[in-house]
Design a protein around this ligand. Structure first.
Ligand code: UDP
Ligand code: MG
Length: 338
């Protein structure tokens, strides 16, 4: 259920800003000051009302204190703090749900997405009346070969699942209109994968090409395990094809078993049976593997049904500077990060 702030009606007196910049931040004590230094003049230069929604995803370094300081001398910088680390996608969800702006841009905190492209995205959306403007990575030269290969495989698979609507190499740097944001907020999904859900909306969209820069400081928080998680979430969120794959595999193994059965009967009838444990062993291994694989696939979906039935929230907000400074709340969130 959405609270007043999530519905965008929580601010008294102030009209909603035109632009919200949503930024998931997790242990970015080195990168954040540099990001703010580069982002602020660009947003100030736009001459429009804006807010920056910094989602502190349960940072354990100096990031929370740093964000407080930034908030003090940059009133447009809003802080939403999670009580614990909930992941990049959950932080994005919170930001998109809580942003007040008519346009919402999501951007990483490590300057890999150049903030200079924000004005370009905004003017494209306003001129052509677009609901979505994707930031498309023109060049991944600064990423490691491993990152480029895994990302390439990921986008290939996703385009197969979602179809050509999904722009190639479009990550989470994008602009959404209020209409697109409202449509996304109406989705019942618990763990939305926006890079698939947004193209799925099919709203009028445009693209802005940018060069993926090197992380300005610190190191990536996306180890292989999180990348695999994102890929599995993406597939199971969007398609039942893996289940169909299990059915086909089951069918194939059935045909093979049948052929083997016929062969065995014929061999028996011709009195040619030899104590061949190898064929039995191979058959057993093969069937065991197929069964395990199918069970694994089913398990993926059963797991999702389970977590949806539990209806656990994807994140917990400890404190939101836009909700006023209730000391009890502030103290509670302080103790979370301490
Ligand atoms: N991030 C987050 N929670 C996490 C991991 C990352 O909010 O658990 C943020 C991080 O601070 C950054 C963005 O998500 O702003 C992208 O993360 P990162 O740069 O580590 O990923 P990469 O660019 O290497 O894929
Ligand atoms: Mg990064």
């Amino acid at each position: 259920m959405l609270n007043a702030v999530e519905q965008g009606v929580g601010r008294t007196g102030e009209p909603a800003p035109l632009l919200s910049v949503v930024m998931p931040i997790y242990n970015e004590q080195e990168a954040l000051p540099l990001t703010v230094r580069r982002l602020r003049p660009i947003l100030d230069g736009l001459g429009i009302t804006y807010e920056v929604v910094g989602i502190d995803d349960g940072s354990t370094d100096a990031t929370p204190a740093l964000m407080q300081k930034i908030h003090q001398d940059w009133p447009e910088f809003r802080i939403v703090r999670f009580a614990r680390n909930s992941g990049h996608q959950a932080a994005l969800t919170a930001g998109i749900h809580r942003a007040f702006g008519d346009y919402v841009v999501s951007i990483d905190a490590d300057l890999q997405d150049p903030p200079e492209k924000i004005p370009e995205m905004l003017s494209l959306a306003r001129e052509r009346d677009l609901d979505i403007v994707y930031g498309v990575r023109g060049d991944r030269g600064t990423d490691t070969i491993f990152k480029r290969r895994t990302a390439g495989a990921y986008y290939w698979l996703m385009r197969k699942l979602v179809g050509k609507k999904m722009p190639n190499q479009a990550g989470d740097f994008r602009l959404l209109s209020r209409a697109a944001v409202d449509a996304l907020k109406a989705m019942p999904e618990h763990q939305p994968v926006y890079r698939l859900l947004v193209p799925w909306l099919g709203f009028p969209s445009g693209e802005v090409v940018y060069v993926r820069e090197e992380r300005v400081a610190g190191s990536t928080h996306y180890p292989l395990s999180k990348m695999v998680r994102l890929a599995v979430d993406s597939v199971t969120n969007f398609s039942a094809s893996p289940l169909r794959l299990a059915t086909w595999l089951g069918l194939l193994s059935f045909v093979l078993c049948f052929a083997l059965g016929v062969y065995t009967v014929v061999a028996y009838a011709l009195d040619k049976t030899v104590p061949g444990w190898s064929s039995l062993f191979i058959g057993m291994l093969f069937l065991g593997a197929v069964q395990l694989f199918c069970m694994g696939l089913l398990g993926e979906y059963v797991g999702r049904i389970y977590s949806a039935a539990q209806a656990r929230p994807a994140y917990f907000v400890g404190y939101d500077s836009a909700e006023g400074t209730d000391p009890a709340t502030a103290r509670r969130s302080a103790s979370y990060t301490g």
